[in-house]
Design a protein around this ligand. Sequence first.
Ligand SMILES: Cc1cc2nc3c(=O)[nH]c(=O)nc-3n(C[C@H](O)[C@H](O)[C@H](O)COP(=O)(O)OP(=O)(O)OC[C@H]3O[C@@H](n4cnc5c(N)ncnc54)[C@H](O)[C@@H]3O)c2cc1C
Length: 390
Amino acid sequence: MIKKILEFNNTKIAFNYKSDFDLKRAYYLFKLLSLGIISKLGRKVLKMLVNMNFPIDYIIRKTIYAQFCGGTNIYECVGVINNLKNSNVYSILDYSVEGSVNETDFENSMNKCLTILKVCKSKDLSKFIVFKPSAVGRFSLYEKITSGERLTENEKEEWLKVKTRFNKICTEASKRDVMVLVDAEESWIQTAIDDLVAEMMKIHNSEKAIVFNTIQAYRKDRFSYLIKLHEQLLGKAKIGVKLVRGAYMEKERKRAERYNYKSPICDDKNHTDEVFNKSLRYIIQNIDDFGLFIGSHNENSNKLSTELLKKYGINSNDNRIWFSQLYGMSDNISFTLANNGYNVAKYLPFGPVNEVMPYLMRRLDENSSISSQTNRELQLIKKELKRRKN
Ligand SMILES: Cc1cc2nc3c(=O)[nH]c(=O)nc-3n(C[C@H](O)[C@H](O)[C@H](O)COP(=O)(O)OP(=O)(O)OC[C@H]3O[C@@H](n4cnc5c(N)ncnc54)[C@H](O)[C@@H]3O)c2cc1C
């Protein structure tokens, strides 16, 4: 099987699913965001208006929301899901409401996952479910367990409930042959999650990877964690790994400085890239023991992944390996990969406008600079608009 080296610059493939109107909206949005100062101001004004309960829903829905979210509920997302599916790109419905704090919130989040599973499988809409650990359990409880402190009797009971929620989601997903992605958050809650997800893998991953833990390559210790996890589960379960670089770098560094401990984050981007590539290589070399989900907007990382598949004689559509980007970003990567037969699924956030605001703010922050990523998006959209005009 000889495959050509992928180039991610065919805009006809990348934006085939977008109408002229959608594309122009994306252009103006990224253009505005690329002007760092304007978007910073815009962000402040936006936050103020939201805090004042000013009725700006309509404007947000027609602009940033439409770019980065699928709809306010599952049913509203169906059009987008089917649109992506026409180009062999799957969706991963991501209920992006944040800030769960009590048992009712945690139960609601779990039930939301169960509903997504039911609807998605009955309509055959998605192959994955995703959730954040902090949506189904108390942040400070994960933190206490991670720190190694002893739990009180009440906390032990509370922890049992968290485990039950994880297991319910994994059991229902497994029944439907849907894969479960457990997102990673801050390092100071992660050990509790690592252990719990490994437990879930032992229960649900005997035949294939159903449950996936997230490895953040920006953490210096994550390659050794990967090796340890492999040793721990070898012969007992397949190991599901979602490989990303990590989204909480600033927060991690600030906390380390504040509490005067050595930051767990790689000293520079090159080091993060090194951990990412090393982990990628290791998993692909040992793919018989793994399921791999690569979450990255980095063209080189996606290219390297395809080259490694080729090198180790793994088919592009091998169902153990998935590529993923966020909805509204890096369509050139997603659609090129899908067009070349790779398995691709995009995170598709949904939820009421006011509740997905923290998610949207993060997307604004991420794209609010003259970063190479924003420039790349702009350059590609411009190229496609020109191509269509001609
Ligand atoms: C499908 C998907 C799922 C995701 N799930 C999660 C998740 O569960 N948890 C999570 O934390 N993030 C998650 N992310 C976000 C991800 O971790 C990255 O923040 C984001 O994708 C940018 O990294 P990149 O590989 O796409 O691009 P790149 O531009 O190549 O990398 C940027 C990243 O490199 C790292 N970096 C940048 N500068 C430095 C520096 N000076 N020193 C050290 N490291 C540096 C940071 O991690 C930064 O985010 C997800 C992303 C995707 C696409």
